[in-house]
Structures are given as structure tokens and as C-alpha cells.
Design a binder for this molecule. Structure first.
Ligand SMILES: NC(=O)c1ccc[n+]([C@@H]2O[C@H](COP(=O)([O-])OP(=O)(O)OC[C@H]3O[C@@H](n4cnc5c(N)ncnc54)[C@H](OP(=O)(O)O)[C@@H]3O)[C@@H](O)[C@H]2O)c1
Length: 210
């Protein structure tokens, strides 16, 4: 498949790029610092661009079958108003409509959208204080996706680690099972790459934890 990864230069996006190439897909990697991606592979195209700019996203979407969006903001932005996730998602959904691309796999996090109700009482206040702005915008992002005509899957990992890919993580699709936990970025990437061809979780937003 021809896969556009938005937010591909670091963290889960970079790991997803690596694993998608290993799985035999062609990857177009979009990020503001895409040129710094230290992978060379004939099936990888690095595109410098801003996910919230229509022109950049439309150019990147040409010829793609699937989009994986793995955006993140830095620690310094946690205590400022956050609009990146919703802004970039509005731009992306409109551009996907224009280009006739249907499949969207998006990374948010446990605590976004209706998974917020599953945060434990002890974690609720600290979560709101530290991540409230980011997760408020991620919730809006999820809403935009869920209202869109795309074939979407939203992945909501728990707390991320830099551990290895194990393939041994839980995919909790039923809200009665939702809980926080840890998971490596490499295992989150494993899930995202599987969704490129697997249609089992379309229109679902599972929580991912060990
Ligand atoms: N930390 C946790 O425990 C935890 C738990 C659950 C969910 N999450 C979420 O998981 C996500 C990924 O986290 P991560 O640590 O793996 O990634 P990360 O290191 O934060 O990487 C974020 C990516 O987004 C890109 N990006 C940011 N703004 C962009 C823009 N305007 N245009 C294009 N690309 C842009 C960055 O590239 P450039 O800077 O090069 O543009 C980078 O490739 C985040 O949304 C985070 O909130 C985190």
C-alpha cells in the first residue's frame, strides 16, 4: 500500500515509518523536520511540510491509499492553548475528500473522547491539570474524525515507553475494558501498521495497553 504518515519524524510516527517499510509498504513521511529522518530506503519519500497547512497536506496526499496521523506537541506546549490536533485533522479530512482517500488511522491517547470517563478517580485531577489542553483538543480531533465520511480507526495508547516491539499488548475495544497502562511506542506502531490492511477496527477507537 502507499501510506502517508503525518508526524513521521519522531516517536511513534518514526517507528511506524520504519515498521511500514519493513512490512513492504511505500511510505511518504511528512513532518516539518522530515529531512532529518535517518532512514534511507527506496520506498521512503520524505516531505517537509506542516500538517495544519492545506497546501502541504494536499500535495502529500496525491497517490496515497492510506493515511496514518501521529502528531504530537512538545512538553513546552502542554500549558498553552493547543489547536494542532483539531486544526490538522480539519485540513486532513477536507483534503482526503478532495483526493478520494478513504482510510484514516489516527493516534490520540487514553483519556481522549469518551475514554475520558474511564480515567480512575485518583488520576483524573492530575491528568486534567497536566494534559487537559492537549486532550481537550484531541477530543475535538476524535469528534471530527468520527463525524467524517472516512474509514477511520483511532488508536488510544496508555502511557508511552521507549521499550521494544513485543507484539504482546492488549487491544481494548469495549468501553467496559478501558483502563490506563503502559505500552511501548514500538508496539503502538505495530498496531498502526497492522491497520493499513486490516479492516477489523474500522469505526472503532480501541485503548492500547500492555
Ligand atoms: N507520552 C505519553 O505517555 C502519551 C500517551 C498517550 C498518547 N500520547 C500521544 O502520542 C502522540 C505521539 O507521541 P510521540 O512521543 O511518539 O511523538 P512526538 O515525539 O511528540 O512526535 C510528534 C510528531 O509530530 C510532528 N509534528 C508536530 N507538529 C507538526 C506539524 N505542524 N506538522 C507536521 N508534523 C508535526 C513532529 O514532527 P516535526 O516536529 O518534525 O514537525 C513529530 O514527528 C502525541 O500526540 C502524544 O500526545 C502520548
Amino acid at each position: 500500500m502507499r501510506v502517508l504518515i503525518i508526524g513521521a519524524s519522531k516517536g511513534i510516527g518514526l517507528e511506524t515509518t520504519r515498521q511500514a517499510l519493513d512490512a513492504g509498504h511505500s511510505v511518504r513521511a511528512l513532518a516539518r523536520s522530515a529531512a532529518a529522518i535517518a532512514i534511507s530506503n527506496p520506498d521512503l519519500e520524505k516531505i517537509r511540510g506542516d500538517a495544519s497547512k492545506t497546501e502541504d497536506v494536499e500535495t502529500a496526499l496525491v497517490g496515497m491509499d492510506v493515511v496514518i496521523q501521529t502528531l504530537g506537541v512538545g512538553l513546552g506546549e502542554l500549558f498553552r492553548p493547543v489547536h494542532l490536533f483539531s486544526d490538522a485533522t480539519r485540513v486532513l479530512i477536507a483534503a482526503m475528500r478532495v483526493h478520494g482517500v478513504k482510510r484514516l488511522i489516527c493516534l490520540t491517547g487514553f483519556g481522549a473522547g469518551n475514554s475520558r470517563a474511564s480515567i480512575s478517580c485518583a488520576q483524573r485531577l492530575p491528568f486534567q491539570v497536566v494534559f487537559g489542553r492537549v486532550y481537550g483538543d484531541k477530543s475535538l480531533q476524535e469528534h471530527l474524525i468520527q463525524e467524517s465520511a472516512t474509514d477511520w480507526t483511532i488508536a488510544r495508547p496508555g502511557v508511552l515507553t521507549g521499550g521494544p516491539r513485543t507484539g504482546r499488548y492488549k487491544i481494548l475495544s469495549d468501553s467496559s475494558q478501558w483502563r490506563n497502562g503502559i505500552i511501548s511506542r514500538a508496539d503502538v506502531a505495530d498496531f498502526l501498521v497492522q491497520q493499513i490492511e486490516d479492516r477489523k477496527y474500522i469505526r472503532q477507537a480501541p485503548v492500547l495497553v500492555n
